[in-house]
Design a protein around this ligand. Structure first.
Ligand SMILES: [Zn+2]
Length: 72
């Protein structure tokens, strides 16, 4: 039985030390969410970021998703 929602995308935590908030967004929305947060709340400065603990994993996931790990 599968739930009728979009939960199959990995959820990525975005942390903002200034707002002291953590929000989870699905992987395809991460770049937009970070950019929007920083643009709206921090004049476009890179304050909010993907949780550094998993940023490496996300990079791997994204690279895998895009096939960047496949050497020609
Ligand atoms: Zn913020």
């Amino acid at each position: 039985m599968t739930a009728p929602n979009d939960s199959d995308d990995p959820q990525v935590p975005i942390v903002c030390p200034e707002c002291e908030t953590t929000s989870r967004v699905s992987l395809p929305d991460v770049a937009d969410a970070v950019e929007r947060h920083n643009a709206q709340l921090h004049d476009g400065e890179d304050v909010a970021t993907v949780d550094p603990d998993i940023a490496d994993r996300i990079a791997d996931l994204a690279a895998d998703d895009l096939g960047l790990l496949e050497e020609p």
